[in-house]
Design a binder for this molecule. Structure first.
Ligand code: HEC
Ligand code: HEC
Ligand code: HEC
Ligand code: HEC
Ligand code: HEC
Ligand code: HEC
Length: 434
């Protein structure tokens, strides 16, 4: 009985709604599912050295450079503080675009630096001159601030941002646990109450037995034994027991049936012991450094062995796990990673729509990947999961011209309700089903 209650409270906390979707639509929505405004934000800051350029540089730096560089600390590459005092812009631009070309050209400074950093190659970047200038204005602005405490603040801020997400995700689980604890406390209190009552009854009987002035009826009443067999012979109790038992079984089977085909928690062993914790966590390599298409296209690609070689041509070359990468390249065969997330073909899911346009963090859907030694499927990936989020999440319309008119129309019609994905038609069947 108690277990059933605990189960039910869990189910309530998880809110695994898989109900039918109401069809809400706004006029003028594109039906083709192409990421609207997918290019928004890719606009390079056109120089200027002002606050906008610094902000753009900040974002570009975090996305492209932060896994190897900090302004005030040596990470994989040198600290970039006061870089403009060391090197002129005319040197920095070709260097960032293709550093190995500068090294190969025999540039004295470059060769010395390259050797100093154990001949570790900095990757090439397809950034425009304006984008590079904005990165440099950002670095200069940060150099001005100076103190290492400041720098620590930047990285710590990053970590906290993801932690905050985890905490938010944990919140719902926390609510479920809270209800469970409450139930356990209630049961304990009940048991204590019953025991206390039994003790009190016994004490009173002992007191009564000591009295001489009781007549026969009183004694009979006092010595009366409770007939337990009456309880389970009673039809009402039997009926109740059968009902509760049937309901519990029914509930469990419905839960089990809902789980058919679900692969939440799936965690296969991979052919190479690649750790996201080590790469994305400890070494802070950006997700899109390896999953290069995640902000640009429908699917997030799995990196080819070449991307591993950017670093592992130098790092841990003797490790047996890294040797597996070399062997794959020699044999010209791709590494056979085991796929973890896989929606059925009938559903359409687009990464860039969610990461670039929607601005949703990877961790919202994939969990704390940066803490996983081996990746597992964090979310249920059911239709209910997709739709719940579409009902609750307001559209990320800031700075996205595509949405301007829609927002105006929505505000005119219904200014109180937030403009969610579903008010934009995100729960229409055809958006997700071909
Ligand atoms: C995968 C690691 C990695 C990434 C990512 C990376 N760098 Fe580097 N960077 C290095 C290394 C290592 C060096 C040292 C030179 C060498 O070994 O080639 C370096 C050197 C530099 C230098 C010269 C520093 C000096 O003291 O003269 C600059 C400037 C620089 N990087 C800027 C950038 C910028 C800007 C980005 C982002 C667009 C970036 N780097 C991304 C690894 C990286
Ligand atoms: C150094 C490269 C690298 C970085 C950085 C990296 N990944 Fe990966 N990722 C891989 C490789 C290789 C695989 C395939 C092997 C595996 O599943 O562990 C993978 C697999 C995954 C998968 C499972 C794909 C499937 O099969 O369904 C997810 C999800 C994922 N990564 C998300 C992330 C996120 C989020 C980040 C950033 C926090 C990130 N990755 C950073 C290389 C990387
Ligand atoms: C941006 C640099 C970078 C890239 C790209 C990269 N790694 Fe690494 N990798 C590292 C660093 C740094 C370590 C930690 C080395 C250490 O512990 O000293 C590491 C460690 C490892 C280890 C553990 C080796 C051991 O024996 O301890 C494995 C396995 C590994 N990487 C696999 C991969 C694979 C597979 C890829 C490509 C999908 C990849 N790495 C891409 C930087 C990188
Ligand atoms: C809104 C939820 C959501 C967000 C945000 C999200 N993903 Fe995914 N991811 C999915 C789903 C769903 C799949 C399964 C797609 C399929 O099977 O077609 C998936 C699959 C993947 C895969 C396996 C390859 C593929 O495309 O099927 C990788 C790798 C991956 N995601 C990485 C990332 C990274 C890195 C980020 C952040 C930049 C990210 N994801 C953000 C939901 C999400
Ligand atoms: C964490 C929240 C979240 C989850 C989970 C999620 N989505 Fe979304 N989805 C969004 C947001 C936010 C947008 C709107 C992005 C934009 O256009 O600004 C969106 C947009 C879409 C669109 C485009 C809708 C339109 O109006 O054009 C499709 C299609 C879509 N999602 C499919 C899916 C599928 C399929 C799944 C489940 C596998 C899923 N989503 C899971 C948040 C989510
Ligand atoms: C936000 C995206 C989204 C919307 C909107 C959506 N679905 Fe789904 N639907 C999915 C996903 C993802 C799956 C696969 C779930 C799984 O594998 O458990 C699915 C699965 C299904 C299935 C089960 C197919 C099977 O073989 O298991 C049916 C039926 C279905 N959807 C019908 C609908 C109908 C009808 C609507 C409109 C009222 C609708 N869907 C709207 C994402 C969506």
């Amino acid at each position: 009985m108690f277990l059933t209650f605990a189960g039910l409270s869990n189910a309530v906390a998880q809110q695994q709604s898989s109900g039918t979707a109401p069809v809400g639509s706004a006029p003028g929505v594109s039906k083709d599912g192409v990421a609207p405004g997918a290019t928004a934000g890719a606009d390079p800051a056109t120089g200027g050295g002002d606050a906008a350029a610094i902000a753009a540089g900040d974002a570009l730096f975090k996305n492209n450079c932060a896994q190897c560089h900090a302004v005030n600390d040596v990470v994989v590459g040198p600290a970039l503080k006061d870089i403009t005092k060391r090197r002129p812009i005319s040197w920095l631009i070709p260097w960032i675009k293709n550093s190995s070309k500068v090294v190969a050209s025999g540039d004295e400074y470059a060769v010395k630096l390259f050797n100093q950093y154990q001949k570790q190659q900095m990757p090439s970047f397809q950034l425009s001159d304006a984008e590079i200038t904005s990165i440099i204005s950002y670095i200069s602005a940060e150099s001005g601030k100076g103190s290492t405490a400041d720098q620590g603040g930047v990285t710590a801020g990053n970590v906290n941002a993801t932690d905050g997400k985890d905490a938010a995700a944990d919140d719902t689980a926390g609510a479920g646990q809270y209800v469970n604890v409450l139930l356990i406390v209630l049961v304990v209190v009940l048991i204590v109450l019953v025991v206390t009552l039994v003790i009190i009854a016994n004490i009173m009987k002992d007191v009564l037995r000591g009295r001489k002035d009781l007549d026969g009826r009183d004694v009979e009443l006092m010595e009366q034994r409770f007939d337990y067999s009456k309880i389970y012979k009673s039809n009402i109790v039997r009926g109740l027991a059968v009902t509760v038992f049937t309901l519990a079984i029914l509930y469990e089977s419905v839960q089990a049936a809902m789980g058919v085909g679900l692969t939440q928690g799936y965690q296969p062993t991979q052919p190479i012991a690649f750790s996201h914790k080590l790469h994305a966590g400890t070494n802070q390599i950006n997700c899109s450094y390896c999953h290069t298409s995640v902000y640009k296209s429908k699917s997030a690609n799995i990196p080819s062995a070449n991307i591993c070689m950017n670093c592992h041509s130098q790092i841990k070359t003797e490790s047996p796990e890294i040797r597996k990468i070399y062997r794959a390249i020699e044999k010209k065969q791709p590494i056979q990673w085991v796929r973890i997330h896989n929606l059925p073909d009938l559903a359409y899911f687009n990464h860039s729509q969610h990461t670039q346009v929607g601005g949703i963090e990877c961790q919202t859907c994939h969990g704390p990947i940066q803490n996983m030694e081996v990746v597992y499927q964090y979310s249920a990936l059911t239709m209910g999961w997709c739709i719940n989020c579409h009902r609750e999440t307001p559209l990320n319309t800031k700075g996205n011209g595509y949405y301007n008119n829609l927002v105006k129309l929505h505000d005119k019609a219904n200014s109180a309700a937030p403009f969610t994905v579903s008010s934009n038609g995100g729960t229409e069947c055809s958006k997700c089903h071909y």
